[in-house]
Design a protein around this ligand. Structure first.
Ligand code: SAM
Ligand code: SF4
Length: 333
């Protein structure tokens, strides 16, 4: 196995998330403003360039690739990229090729994803109420996502639901979400909203600490700290009543950066070493300057040496600020 790149804090970088587009068919109220400005199309990497970039990371020891966005499944011909990347699964260079999606296009693509070697996917779903779903996504149709989930199940994909905890929105509904997800055999993870990019509302009005959510879940369920470890930021609990597993991702109330094993690539070829920092390294120019991958790999090695120790998000009534100018949809969630 290729030895991994190691950052200055001794963390092995085995995981790359790649945003294949910053565009989306939804406008989730915590993710982006309704009149979002997207990256210029001319700057966006071709699927061949994205494959070259991802493959450079695989050669440098990345074992897991997550395709994300924006909404990855709205990128035209995105399955061509999955098909190409699948060769790294076949060769054994990659352990996992996976996807984070809002589910809107899953009914169309689930079978083909499975055929490309995708085994598990994350689907984002914050509510099961059709009107609330439309309100939070602004443009989304819950039935379409539920049909997508069915298609994914039929294709044999293992599903994890990600729900952003939103104050006054899904706090009451959270126990029902747990019962629903576990009843369907899905894992479920709640995520604290992060101050990434500007949206219309103050982040303080959206932020629901998971400490509060957990207390409300414990009125209905018995949660026991789980031994399960995904290598990621989530902490897991077993839910006695459902037999399912519940994750909490708490970038604000409990920082997890010491275990960070990931970097993020944007659709315009910028490499971000941390979700919570604005500094990124442009790899597009190198990619387009020469077909030789050696300078690209050298730039990636140099960039990993710049990985910051961690993020420092703040959401307070008096001092909320966007930690980064860019939105989660640009960096890749
Ligand atoms: N469009 C796809 C989706 O929604 O799953 C993939 C990209 S989306 C940016 C990835 C994840 O980031 C989603 O689970 C979404 O809920 C989450 N997300 C977006 N903005 C966020 C924010 N400001 N704080 C926390 N999570 C956020
Ligand atoms: Fe689109 Fe995902 Fe952002 Fe929602 S969270 S607007 S689905 S990128």
């Amino acid at each position: 196995m290729t030895p991994p790149l190691v950052d200055p804090f001794g963390r092995a970088i085995r995981y790359v998330r790649v945003s294949v587009t910053d565009r989306c068919d939804y406008r989730c109220a915590y993710c982006m403003p309704e009149d979002m400005n997207f990256l210029p199309k001319r700057d966006v990497l071709s699927l061949e360039e994205l494959d070259r970039l991802c493959s450079a990371f695989v050669r440098l020891g990345a074992r897991k690739l997550r395709v994300t966005g924006g909404e990855p499944l709205v990128r035209r011909e995105v399955m061509t990229l999955f098909r190409k990347l699948a060769r790294h699964l076949d060769s054994g260079a990659l352990d996992e090729l996976t996807l984070t999606t809002n589910g809107s296009q899953l009914a169309r693509f689930a079978a083909e994803l499975a055929d490309c070697g995708v085994r598990r996917i994350n689907v984002s779903l914050d509510t099961l109420d059709p009107a609330k779903f439309r309100a939070v996504t602004r443009w989304g149709d819950l039935d379409q996502v539920l049909a997508g989930l069915e298609a994914a199940e039929a294709a044999g994909l293992k599903i994890k639901i990600n729900a952003v905890a939103l104050k006054g929105f899904n706090d009451e509904e959270a126990p029902d979400l747990v019962a629903w997800a576990h009843g369907r055999g899905f894992d479920l993870t709640f995520i604290e909203v992060m101050p990434l990019g500007a949206v219309e509302r103050d982040r303080f009005d959206q932020f629901l600490p998971l400490t509060v959510l957990r207390a409300s879940l414990e009125r209905r369920f018995t949660l026991t700290a789980s031994l399960h470890e995904s290598g990621g930021p989530a902490r897991y609990f077993d839910v006695a009543e459902t037999g399912g597993r519940l994750g909490f991702i708490t970038p604000l109330t409990h920082n997890f950066c010491e275990r960070c094993n990931r970097v993020r690539l944007t659709s315009v070829g910028k490499l971000y070493l941390c979700l919570g920092h604005d500094a990124g390294v442009d790899l597009r120019a190198l990619l387009r300057a020469s077909p030789d991958d050696a300078p690209l790999e050298a730039a990636i090695r140099a960039a990993i040496r710049l990985k910051p120790e961690g993020h420092d998000f703040i959401v307070e009534r008096t001092g909320s600020h966007a930690s980064t100018a860019r939105h989660m949809s640009e960096t890749g969630g």
